[in-house]
Design a protein around this ligand. Structure first.
Ligand code: ASP
Length: 458
């Protein structure tokens, strides 16, 4: 039966069989130290014979668990008090010399190379630990929301445009040549339709697709968010749920401290005045073991429209939504929509942590007239209004007041783990230039496929 590296701690004096990879091999002439790495960690084995092992070989070790002499104890290793005295070693699969070291943290290695060999890069303990923490965080989210009567629902990936201010990814339809699906920039419309459907409490670990330029805190192409929507609530309910969830994640998953709880709520105007931006770091010293959360509220509903405002309007209107076009105006400011739209506050909320925006959401418009007015103010053409007619139609069948939030999973992990990029928290991210890890996409397709899709080469 197999023993995992950490389980050997409880088997001193016993014969065990271990399986894993040779992490480091140190040849000391008469004896060789082989560090075996498996899913649980690393353990030192001592061989009195040369078995010809080189790093990253897959090996099977049979031997006896021994206590290490006092002076040789390694306090930095969970198995540092023991070692395996090798009686037999078998190489199950020989490995070529890897293109980069695996026992380091890897941050100094060229990223393109790390992504090309991501399956090797993920062997480094820092990366496998990041993936495990990601899993623990998502499990906690699921459990936390399930206990509070939320239902997890999957929404389509092949869909129609759902703008969040970026370009869409398009997928050509074979069955309807010349027509395209858009990949969702978020499940925004579907989650609102689920509220019309009477679900009341929805969440999803949702993949979002946005064709915008990558940055350290934004992966190219796709990212994951915890998408939440609730009915019959006020902004305060969403903020309370979010802060409770993130306090629990910070303490239980990351074993870190929350600087201030409940999270401070800072009006947008005040944030700009005090910090010069709508995201800021409230930590007095930049202690990586502290997470300083805050909510930014009372955003202006509109910002100036720019040419980059894809689908936030025609590009020719004065205003673009500062969040998205479904965010409700502050009830006290509705009359200003006709007279002074730029003064209207939106019921938007952003979640900020250690200087990063880690989530955003809002109370939604649930009245057809107001939604139509927003479409007009952001300069929607007739054709653009037509694209969202299903929302206006749904708004005629009994819509509960509703709202939600969507904290970014990759972005929050990067912040909580103080990693330099979101890509350190994603198993197979695309590179900064949009190339996928390991597999080489995007790639050209052959003539036959293009013909089938009725697409022409430029
Ligand atoms: N759909 C929004 C986003 O992806 C979040 C929300 O309003 O709930 O940023």
């Amino acid at each position: 039966m197999r023993t995992l590296a950490v389980e050997a701690n409880h088997k001193i004096g016993q014969k065990v069989t271990l399986f894993g990879w040779a992490n480091v091999v140190r040849d000391h002439g008469k004896i060789t130290f082989i560090d075996l790495r498996d899913m649980s960690g690393i353990i030192q084995a001592v061989a009195k014979k040369d078995y010809g092992v080189t790093p990253e070989d897959v090996i099977k070790i049979e031997g006896t668990v021994k206590k290490r002499p006092e002076k040789l104890i390694n306090p930095n290793l969970p198995t540092g008090e023991i070692e395996i005295e090798v009686e037999n070693l078998e190489i199950l699969n020989k490995a070529k010399t890897p293109p980069f070291p695996i026992e380091t943290n890897g941050l100094d290695i060229e990223e393109a190379l790390r992504l090309k060999y991501r399956y090797l890069d993920l062997r480094r303990p820092r990366m496998s630990q990041n993936l495990k923490l990601r899993h623990q965080m998502i499990s906690l989210m699921r459990q936390f929301l399930t206990e509070r009567h939320f239902t997890e629902v999957e929404t389509p990936i092949l869909t129609k445009t759902t703008p969040e201010g970026a370009r869409d990814f398009l997928v050509p339809s074979r069955l309807q040549p010349g027509s395209f699906y858009a990949l969702p920039q978020s499940p925004q419309q579907y989650k609102q339709l689920l509220m019309v459907a009477g679900l009341e409490r929805y969440f999803q670990i949702a993949r979002c697709f946005r064709d915008e330029d990558p940055r350290a805190d934004r992966a190219y192409g796709e990212f994951t968010q915890l998408d939440i929507e609730m009915s019959f609530i006020e902004q305060d309910d969403i903020l309370k749920l979010t802060e409770e969830l993130f306090k629990e994640i910070t303490e239980k998953v990351f074993k870190k401290k929350v600087l201030e709880y409940p999270f401070p709520r800072i009006p947008h105007k005040e944030a700009i005045k005090k910090y010069g931006a709508d995201k800021f770091d409230l930590r007095p010293k930049k202690d990586p073991n502290v997470l300083a959360f805050a909510f930014v509220v009372d955003f202006p509903l509109f910002t100036e429209q720019t040419k980059e405002d894809f689908y936030h309007g025609s590009g020719s209107a004065k205003f673009a939504p500062s969040h998205h076009m479904f965010t409700a105006p502050h009830p006290e400011d509705i009359k200003l929509l006709d007279t002074d739209p730029q003064k209207v506050r939106g019921l938007q909320h952003d979640l900020v942590c250690n200087g990063f925006e880690v989530g955003g959401g809002s109370i939604r418009i649930h009245k057809r007239e107001i939604q139509e007015k927003i479409f007009s103010l952001i300069g929607f053409s007739k054709a653009q209004k037509e694209e969202f007619s299903h929302m206006l139609e749904a708004f005629e069948y009994g819509v509960p007041p509703h709202g939600g939030i969507a904290p970014g999973i990759d972005r929050f992990l990067m912040t909580a783990l103080a990693e330099p990029s979101v890509r350190e928290t994603i198993a197979f991210p695309t590179s900064a230039s949009g190339q996928t890890a390991v597999m080489d996409a995007p790639s050209p397709v052959d003539e036959k496929t293009l013909k089938e899709l009725k697409l022409k080469k430029l």
